[in-house]
Design a protein around this ligand. Structure first.
Ligand SMILES: Nc1ncnc2c1ncn2[C@@H]1O[C@H](COP(=O)(O)OP(=O)(O)OP(=O)(O)O)[C@@H](O)[C@H]1O
Ligand SMILES: [Mg+2]
Length: 563
């Protein structure tokens, strides 16, 4: 969604609220800092004025002392101004990150799955980091520029008269309003494009790293290298284009500043020639004019950094205004799952009708299997049982309670889904098990692993449960990972275990171990298993087949296989 820069800035500024008193102090320190910096040349001009006609009452000694003090104070004031600005900025970045994480937690799995992981990573890390420019280097410079301009215009008017003050106002408007607008218009498009391309680059790069095994196995290294090079060149080209534009903008700022200075000098000389006009005061007025331009020139340079910041902020605001497809239920009922029933369920992804009539019934102590062709909608049924999306017609009941009335937390604590591959984090086996139940004791972990027939294997490892599994669980076989996935489900104590092709990637031995573990643990669990394999489906007490969106119960299915 495209938002106007002012709209984005207004949204960002809202967060400053509780810290606005610190921002006010930072602006005050900034104003004093710039005033002390401007005071040094102005004191010089005062000394020259005194030299010309001695109409200045303060002594040279005092002028030199004040100039030294101003120089020292400039450093001190600048330090504290920057300190406060960065204090505000990093406090706000932390708040924004928390808000973004809260939003991600609020969004449902289906919405999150639609997002590119690299894009989310860019948003949480570099996009939010870029906002530092706005909080530390934008708000207070604008405040400082306004105050310094008003004070210097008043001084110029009082000391050198109205015409020079009027021209100073004209110069301020050119450098502080017109040029920032021109620069923003020039730079905003490439700023937005840079952030978008960076996010895409990160997404593709993460995708490439995740698929490294496929790349090596398929000998696709040079193809991927070419792709990464192309993408990084694209990013580089946008950056170069942006830098050229920034250089041109800076040249424009320098040119205008020089022109304004020359014209101001001409006006001052013209004024000096008029009768009754003091040469000394004209020099002081001119010096005030040129030495107080700094904060206004800083505004001209803002768009160079701000365009990317606003593009990042826009992406953050997109996330923050995103609506979840499924809202978490918090005022519904908690359940202790005993029975699952799906009645005449229909479901479509948009216009695409996937499920037309799905009816299924299962209770604790039973295993149900679902077979069906690839793409028929088997995984979709499992996702709907987890309420990743809402159904179009019919209902899903747990203990006769509609799924929509059950508290999300309670629903999820009753169900575990095991996929074709179990994702393991780059940490110890113990850590990976505790993900399912953070408070689990050592005995409970061992019991769950024994149930999943993985305890013996883990114990045989040199470091046992403390063994690190490596990035993407690379140090374990698929069968071992699946059994850890199963142990997680047992540890969690879920009453309903959903398995989506759990044995499709493992050998017959591992399959047998997994199926036996399931069969032995079914008395206090309801289990739904989706599989292509007859051997897997055969452990079921009740078998279903999904065809053309209709779930049929198979009455005379293959004899129950003892595993
Ligand atoms: N998020 C989604 N958005 C749109 N369509 C989807 C989405 N997820 C799945 N589909 C489509 O819905 C259909 C059913 O998908 P599903 O994954 O449930 O099939 P499946 O029976 O599990 O297949 P397989 O045996 O290959 O795993 C497919 O045509 C798929 O392309
Ligand atoms: Mg599937």
């Amino acid at each position: 969604m495209h938002r106007k820069p002012l709209q984005v800035m207004r949204q960002l500024t809202k967060h400053v609220g509780p810290l606005s008193y610190i921002m006010a102090i930072a602006i005050l320190l900034g104003v004093l800092g710039h005033a002390t910096a401007a005071a040094i040349p102005i004191l010089g001009a005062v000394a020259v004025a005194k030299l010309i006609n001695n109409e200045v009452l303060i002594s040279y000694e005092l002028i030199i002392t004040l100039a030294i003090l101003c120089g020292i104070m400039r450093g001190v004031l600048r330090y504290f101004e920057q300190y406060l600005n960065h204090y505000i900025a990093f406090k706000l970045l932390a708040t924004l990150r928390n808000n973004a994480f809260d939003k991600l937690r609020e969004l449902d799995v289906a919405t999150l799955e639609d997002k590119k992981r690299g894009g989310l990573l860019t948003l949480i890390t570099s996009d939010i980091e870029t906002l530092e420019v706005f909080y530390a280097h934008t708000i207070s410079p604008v405040g400082i520029a306004i105050v310094i301009s008003v004070v210097s215009l008043s001084l110029i008017w009082a000391i050198a008269g109205f015409p020079l003050a009027l021209f100073a106002l004209f110069g301020d408007l050119i450098l502080g309003v017109l040029i920032p607008r021109i620069n923003h218009r020039r730079l905003s498009k490439s700023g937005v494009e840079y952030r978008k391309t960076l996010s895409e680059f990160n997404s593709r790069f993460l995708d490439t790293v995740s698929g490294i095994r496929e790349i090596v196995m398929k000998n696709a290294g040079s193809l991927k290298q070419k792709e990464v090079n192309e993408n990084s060149n694209k990013l580089l080209d946008i950056m170069k284009m942006q830098n050229v534009k920034i250089a041109r903008s800076n040249a424009l700022i320098q040119l205008c500043t020089a022109l304004i200075t020359v014209v101001a000098l001409l006006i001052s000389i013209t004024l000096m020639r008029q009768e009754g006009y003091s040469l000394g005061l004209a020099i002081i007025g001119f010096t005030i004019l040129i030495s107080t331009f700094g904060p206004v020139i800083a505004l001209s340079s803002l768009p160079a950094n701000l365009t990317q910041t606003l593009a990042s902020a826009n992406r953050l605001l997109d996330l923050m205004t995103e609506k979840a497809n499924i809202m978490n239920v918090i005022d519904g009922q908690n359940i202790d799952l005993e029975r699952v029933e799906i009645k005449n369920m229909k479901f479509s992804y948009g216009e695409d009708h996937i499920l037309n009539d799905v009816t299924l019934k299962i209770e604790k102590g039973q295993i149900a299997s679902i077979v069906g062709e690839s793409g028929s909608g088997k995984s979709t049924i499992l996702k709907l049982l987890l309420r990743e999306r809402d159904i179009n017609a019919g209902c899903i009941l747990y203990n006769e309670i509609n799924i929509q009335k059950i508290n999300t937390e309670s629903l999820l604590s009753n169900i575990t889904l095991i996929n074709q591959t179990t994702y393991l984090f780059d940490d110890t086996i113990e850590y990976n098990l505790k993900i399912a139940a953070p408070g689990a004791t050592e005995d409970e972990i061992i019991k769950a692993c024994k149930q999943a027939s993985i305890h013996e294997f883990i114990s045989s490892l040199e470091e046992g449960y403390k063994t690190r599994v490596g990035t993407l669980g690379d140090k374990l076989s698929t069968g071992e990972k699946q059994r850890i996935g199963l142990a997680r489900a047992f540890l969690r104590g879920s009453s309903l275990i959903l398995l989506d092709e759990p044995t499709s990637n493992v050998d017959a031995l591992n399959e047998c171990v997994i199926l036996r573990a399931l069969n032995e643990s079914k008395k206090d669990k309801a289990i739904i298993i989706v599989s292509h394999r007859e051997s897997t489906a055969a452990i079921a007490d009740v078998q279903y087949k999904l065809e053309n969106g209709i779930l049929y119960k198979i009455d005379n299915f293959a004899t129950h296989i003892d595993v």
